[in-house]
Design a protein around this ligand. Structure first.
Ligand SMILES: [Cu+2]
Length: 184
């Protein structure tokens, strides 16, 4: 069916036809993969991963008031270590502390990531920089330095497989701060 016929069948006048033309061009200008409106539901639709945690086992007790973020009072774990979702689902990373989330596709291991360092600064204060290896990387989070120390990043996983999630802040990467997302 030609567009003119289609518009006439819808009972749109010339103004409606103009609107349809604008909508049509706008839609065709968007990348085909931009929006997926299918719904994701059920128990494996979403998992929450704690990405760095403030400690409560210190003496004296950690007191962040009014706005303290002591590096030495932050635990560098992903909890749970292995999160499981289904394909199309999401993982919500609840981030506390100075961390950068990077996610690698199936096959990448901690040892296979190239230790290429970016943004290191002599200071003062010195900053150790981030690991930047784009090979098989499917997601890299923002530079955490200007951001709140407590924040959220939600990420979707389209395909099945086991994904490596690492903190790419250099000292955390070097101590092996990582976990996995299993997409089933
Ligand atoms: Cu970290």
């Amino acid at each position: 069916m030609k567009r003119r016929e289609f518009v006439e069948k819808l009972g749109l006048g010339s103004a409606g036809a103009a609107t349809a033309a604008v909508l049509g061009s706008r839609l065709s200008a968007e990348p085909a993969t931009q929006h997926d409106h299918t719904q994701v539901d059920g128990p494996l639709a979403q998992a929450t991963v704690s990405f760095g945690q403030w400690r409560t086992d210190l003496s004296p007790a950690l007191d962040r008031y009014p706005n303290n973020n002591p590096r030495t009072a932050n635990s560098h774990k992903l909890i749970p270590y292995i999160a499981t979702i289904k394909a199309g689902g999401a993982v919500t990373f609840l981030i506390s502390g100075t961390h950068q989330v990077s996610i690698y596709g199936p096959g990448t291991t901690l040892d296979s990531i190239t230790r290429n360092i970016v943004d290191a600064m002599a200071g003062p204060p010195p900053f150790p920089g981030f690991i930047d290896d784009p090979v098989n990387r499917i997601y890299r989070g923002p530079d955490p330095r200007p951001l709140p120390q407590d924040r959220v990043e939600a990420v979707t996983f389209a395909a099945k497989g086991t994904y490596l999630v690492v903190c790419t802040l250099v000292p955390h990467f070097d101590e092996g701060m990582h976990g996995f997302v299993k997409v089933v």
